[in-house]
Design a protein around this ligand. Structure first.
Ligand code: NAI
Ligand code: MG
Length: 497
């Protein structure tokens, strides 16, 4: 403890070696936490320790928050051109380092390199999109008649942000993009399972010309560093992505401390509906990527597939074939689609759900077991004959497990789709656009994909209804979440003129 250098050499199994920062990134420098405590970071595909990193505790969060507050004084009134320049440079640096960043992500999280490469490209695209917003976030003049002049300003915020392990860089980009664009500042905590890529991005932020203290990044645990952020008295906002359970804790902590603004991106149990007039081969592809992309560790995974009865048997046969063709294993192999689950804990949770599905009488159509190789691998698993009351049909599994449910009518499909406490996303597959829009109108979810799935764009907002969260990321809407409105009403005396 305490002997760990602030930089270590890491050899990634694909042959790339690089220098990994290990400290807390505060004021554009990597520093030791006060008590110099470290924790181990595992590679889930090999079950080996990659390195240790330094852990932030409450007093370190205080120091990082003070840095963000100090930086706010100048960054919040900085020229939009400067913020744009930093964002564009950061996006370029991410592109230039895409191979390294995707390798770090795959090593740390276990996800396939294919998937990591997609994440990195989306992160760069999102920072670029935010760069375009810097000079377009403005207030209004409000004409109330008489002798008053009124204007509004969009005031940036000092933020705390807590991200999960399933998309470390992508979730970091969704959090930092609007901070940088609006003139806000932040303390961001990565997930304890995947601290590496955030620290590497920290290095790139400094290289991109970001003034010190604007973005501070710490590694640490939820119950200590995360809780310190959520309950901090000096933060204006907390943004969180993760489980619904922890989301509730965060909202409570925010309420009981200083009523800071809260945005939450939480869990889901999203329906993916296939009507009998859908293009079958296209739909199969979207069902497969909808659930097995990122080894199923996706908040909006299409984990409940609702299939119209006329095509049920055909869809089941095709899904079985497609799932069995998925390559699971060494995440660095370019052909691997599904790498390892993030941790032993997560893998065990998924395997328990699989057992409960079997016990409650659902039929295993494919998979249903842990992978053979060393590492936290789970086979792509499909359950047929699933009934609404079963645990696997109700609860978020967050793994490569999908339930197939048969329906007859459009009304029945809508009822089944909405039979959930969540409301993050839904998929609709049909060649009848009128049906698609009609059904989309009746489904309670923040994102509806029609004839596609897991299909994101920086301009399109993302977030949940009901227990899936509060607020939106991306699109124009996110900038409301990272500013508060100040209204100035001036009583004039223009009678002399
Ligand atoms: P989690 O919700 O505990 O972790 C997400 C983040 O929250 C991490 O950075 C963690 O350190 C932090 N955190 C944990 N407890 C906290 C607390 N009391 N105060 C403040 N921050 C806290 O998720 P976990 O335990 O890793 O995974 C459990 C389940 O959560 C998964 O099986 C999945 O169902 C869901 N999940 C959903 C995600 C999403 O994208 N919506 C992402 C990750 C997990
Ligand atoms: Mg790890």
């Amino acid at each position: 403890m305490g002997n760990l250098p602030l930089e270590v050499k890491v050899e990634i199994p694909n042959g790339i070696s690089y220098t990994q920062p290990t400290g807390l990134f505060i004021n554009n420098e990597f520093v030791y936490p006060k008590d110099k405590k470290t924790f181990e970071d595992i590679s889930p595909a090999t079950e080996e320790v990659i390195t240790e990193v330094y852990e932030a505790k409450e007093e370190d969060i205080d120091i990082a928050v003070d840095a963000a507050i100090e930086a706010y004084k100048t960054w919040s009134v900085s020229k939009p051109e400067l913020r744009q320049k930093v964002l564009l440079k950061l996006a370029d640096l991410i592109d230039e380092n895409a191979e390294l960043l995707s390798s770090i992500e795959t090593y740390d999280n276990g996800k396939s390199l294919q998937n990591s490469k997609g994440d990195i490209a989306l992160a760069a695209a999102y920072f670029r999109s935010c760069a375009g917003w810097c000079d377009k976030i403005t207030g209004n003049v409000i004409n109330t008649g008489g002798q008053h002049f009124n204007y509004t300003q969009r005031v940036p915020l000092v933020c705390g942000q807590i991200i999960p392990w399933n998309f470390p860089i992508l979730m970091l980009s969704w959090k930092l993009g609007p901070v940088l664009a609006t003139g806000s500042t932040t303390v961001l905590k990565s997930a304890e399972q995947t601290p590496l890529s955030a620290l590497y991005i920290a290095k790139l932020l400094a290289e991109a010309g970001m003034p010190k203290g604007v973005v501070n990044i710490v590694s640490g645990f939820g119950k200590i560093a995360g809780a310190a952020i959520a309950s901090h008295m000096k933060l204006d906002k907390v943004a969180f992505t993760g489980s619904t359970l922890v989301g509730k804790t965060i909202m409570k902590a925010a309420a009981e401390s200083n009523l800071k603004k809260v945005t939450l991106e939480l869990g889901g149990k999203s329906p993916n509906i296939v009507f009998d007039d859908a293009d079958l081969d296209e739909s199969i592809q979207h069902i497969i990527t909808g659930i097995f992309y990122n080894s199923g560790e996706v908040c909006c995974a299409g984990s409940r597939v609702l299939i119209q009865s006329g095509i049920y048997d055909k869809v089941v046969a095709k899904l079985k074939k497609a799932a069995e063709a998925i390559k699971v294993g060494n995440p660095f192999d370019p052909d691997t689609f599904m790498g390892a689950q993030v941790s032993e804990v997560q893998m065990s949770k998924i395997l328990q759900y699989i057992e409960s599905g079997k016990e409650q009488g659902a039929k295993v159509i494919s998979g249903g077991k842990r992978g053979d190789a060393k590492g936290y691998f789970v086979q792509p698993t499909i359950f047929g004959d699933v009934e609404g009351h079963m645990k696997i049909a109700k609860e978020e599994i967050f793994g490569p497990v999908v339930t197939l449910i048969k329906f007859d009518t459009v009304e029945e499909a809508i009822e089944l789709a909405n039979d959930t406490e969540y409301g993050l996303a839904a998929g609709i597959h049909s060649s009848d656009v009128n049906k698609c829009i009609g059904v989309a109108n009746k489904i309670n979810a923040g994102t509806i994909w029609v004839n596609t799935y897991n299909d994101f764009h920086p301009m399109v907002p993302f977030g949940g209804f009901h227990s899936s969260g509060i607020g939106r990321e991306m699109g124009e809407e996110v900038f409301n979440e990272y500013t508060q409105t100040k209204a100035v009403r001036i009583k004039l005396n223009t009678s002399r003129f």
